[in-house]
Design a protein around this ligand. Structure first.
Ligand SMILES: [Zn+2]
Ligand SMILES: [Zn+2]
Length: 136
């Protein structure tokens, strides 16, 4: 994967990453379904500290079923979800792949929380699937 950059729908938030992504995948947890309005969110994990963001994200925090806190960052003007961090994976920060300038910069290899995926949210059978979140 190459170094990524992107922006929100209205352009107030933009970002670039100084290092290449570590991994990418789809999350079909019920929280991602709620915030996306779709069957899953496409995430890209990047090394913590490699991200530069322009504009001030708004944040929402919620505990996961495993007791970690997920902090989700979105544009306060247009509502686009851009960013997340998870206290259980402090080495990473996460970018929502739909915000990339070039969506082909993401190369998803896995599906997490496949156990709560909707029947109509079709996933590539080649992807590695996990019922919930695997240990990282
Ligand atoms: Zn925006
Ligand atoms: Zn999720």
């Amino acid at each position: 994967m190459s170094k990524i950059s992107g922006e929100c729908l209205c352009g107030y938030i933009s970002y670039s990453c100084s290092e290449e992504p570590v991994m990418a995948g789809h999350c079909q947890c019920t929280d991602c379904q709620k915030i996306s309005g779709a069957g899953h969110i496409a995430n890209i994990a990047i090394p913590r500290g490699s991200l530069t963001i322009s504009g001030d994200l708004a944040f929402h925090e919620k505990q996961t079923d495993s007791g970690n806190t997920v902090r989700r960052g979105f544009c306060p003007r247009c509502g686009s979800h851009i960013y997340a961090e998870n206290s259980g994976m402090p080495q990473f920060e996460f970018i929502r792949a739909g915000s990339l300038h070039d969506l082909e910069q993401s190369n998803p290899t896995m599906v997490v929380y496949a156990g709560s995926g909707a029947s109509w949210d079709y996933m590539d059978p080649e992807l590695q699937k996990f019922e919930k979140m695997p240990e990282m």
